[in-house]
Design a protein around this ligand. Structure first.
Ligand SMILES: Cc1ncc(COP(=O)(O)O)c(C=O)c1O
Length: 426
């Protein structure tokens, strides 16, 4: 029996919330019992500053094995030549790359945050925008697809040292070869942050940025279905991504620059319990069942997008190639903010988050969109027919965002449905 009843009661209430509701946050998932057990293991007790075989603490011989397995499995999963599994989060992974390839004040280019980019790709309130100098590219107004012509034009004009690809709310495939070409033309490093679609990429259902980018970062907890955390990888360019244009004074290999940027650059001791859980998750992702799961994630997202389109909803970019849908509420509900839509849905035990749509006139606190994703609900076993039912329920809530009786009846339906979709045993 746990001694801290207060906290363990809270954990149980959160467990019930997760079990009873429909989880549609695009960046969330439900990890397996084994991933959970590894995270809750005695490895949390161990200090292991440094890397396997080169630690600043004694007694690391056992955790060295887990970290080495995590690295090897990750490399195999994405066909990488080199990997670092220590970043505590996706933002930490990105910060380490920035530290390795830029100096304070250097210029880099990332996707406009209000067009789906991430905070760590140049927000003025994040290290990326505070310490470095961001310039941005957009999606186009008519297609909402990445504006590669603009990327090229800004790259030629501004000559950023780093080009960052990747997004938090972009539901289409990327043209990695085109970005690499732009980067090569101006002698920039191309980093791709695949945090969102990593699981689909691991399963071979989307193209793999490791084949094109100099450096690839990711989180491990979204579609990849591991513990919360980050990773960094390199493919063919791991030795000297600058080629003949190596900046003066840079003599070390990029892989050791990145290792040093993670530790001691931006982090202290690695979370060896989380690294062991990453190893477990990567092992799961190497199994054939993982591909079946990711295929269903994609199929479910496509089915959900179609059901919304059939009801006259507008979706940014008109649909999805991955796990994510950005619902643009402006045409169907001009008065409804993402903020109110999110609250009404959460009250109905359907969890999603408000999101800015491209060229949104509302602020990030209000927004005109809702971001939806299928990774978590698919882990619960959901298939296409449930996507239709979910869209019906969301539609009912969005037509009645302040009607308590309607919301209550949807919530009861949600809870009844989810009782038939088991979670992992924990
Ligand atoms: C594209 C992208 N990169 C990085 C991150 C940051 O990950 P974390 O929250 O683990 O720092 C996110 C998180 O949503 C993301 O969407």
């Amino acid at each position: 029996m746990e001694k801290d009843k207060l906290i363990f009661d809270i954990i149980e209430r959160e467990h019930q919330r997760q079990k009873k509701g429909i989880e549609l946050i695009a960046s969330e998932n439900f990890v397996s019992d084994d991933v959970m057990r590894a995270m809750g293991s005695c490895l949390t007790n161990k200090y292991a500053e440094g890397y396997p075989g080169h630690r600043y603490y004694g007694g690391c011989q056992v955790v060295d094995e887990a970290e080495t397995i995590a690295i090897e499995r990750l490399k195999k999963l994405f066909g990488a030549e080199w990997a670092n599994v220590q970043p505590h989060s996706g933002a930490q992974a990105n910060m380490a790359v920035f530290m390795a390839v830029l100096k304070p004040g250097d210029k880099f280019m990332g996707l406009n945050l209000s067009h789906g980019g991430h905070l760590s790709h140049g927000s003025p309130v994040n290290f990326s925008g505070l310490v470095f100098q961001p310039v941005e590219y957009n999606v186009t107004r008519d297609t909402n697809l990445i504006d590669y012509d603009m990327m090229e034009e800004v790259a030629r004009r501004e000559r950023p040292k780093l080009i960052v690809g990747g997004a938090s709310a972009y539901s289409r495939e990327w043209d990695y070869a085109r970005i690499r070409k732009i980067a090569d033309e101006i002698g920039a490093i191309f980093m791709f942050d695949m945090a969102h679609p990593a699981g689909l990429i691991a399963a071979g259902l989307l193209d793999n940025p490791v084949k094109y980018a100099h450096i690839v970062t990711s989180t491990t907890h979204k579609t990849l279905r591991g513990p919360r955390g980050g990773v960094i990888m390199m493919g063919k360019d791991f030795d000297n991504p600058w080629g003949k244009t190596t900046p003066k004074g840079v003599i070390r290999k990029m892989s050791s620059l990145l290792d040093s940027a993670v530790f001691p650059g931006v982090q202290g001791g690695p979370l060896e319990h989380v690294i062991a859980a990453k190893a477990v998750a990567f092992g799961e992702a190497l199994q054939p069942e993982f591909r079946t799961y990711q295929q269903q994630v994609k199929t479910n997202a496509a089915a959900m997008a179609q059901a919304f389109l059939d009801k006259g909803y507008q979706i940014a970019s008109g649909g999805t190639d991955n796990h994510c849908i950005l619902l643009d509420l402006r045409s169907k509900f001009p008065e409804l903010t993402g903020k109110l839509a999110e609250k009404a849905l959460v009250d109905a035990d359907i969890t999603a988050n408000k999101y800015m749509v491209p060229f949104d006139s509302r602020s990030p606190f209000l927004t005109s969109g809702i971001r939806l994703g299928t990774p978590a609900i698919t882990t619960r076993g959901a298939k296409e027919p449930l996507m239709g039912e979910i869209v019906e329920m969301i539609d009912t809530v969005l037509h009645n965002p302040e009607n308590d009786a309607v919301i209550k009846s949807v919530r009861e339906k949600v809870n009844a449905i989810m009782a038939g979709y088991p979670m992992f045993a924990w």
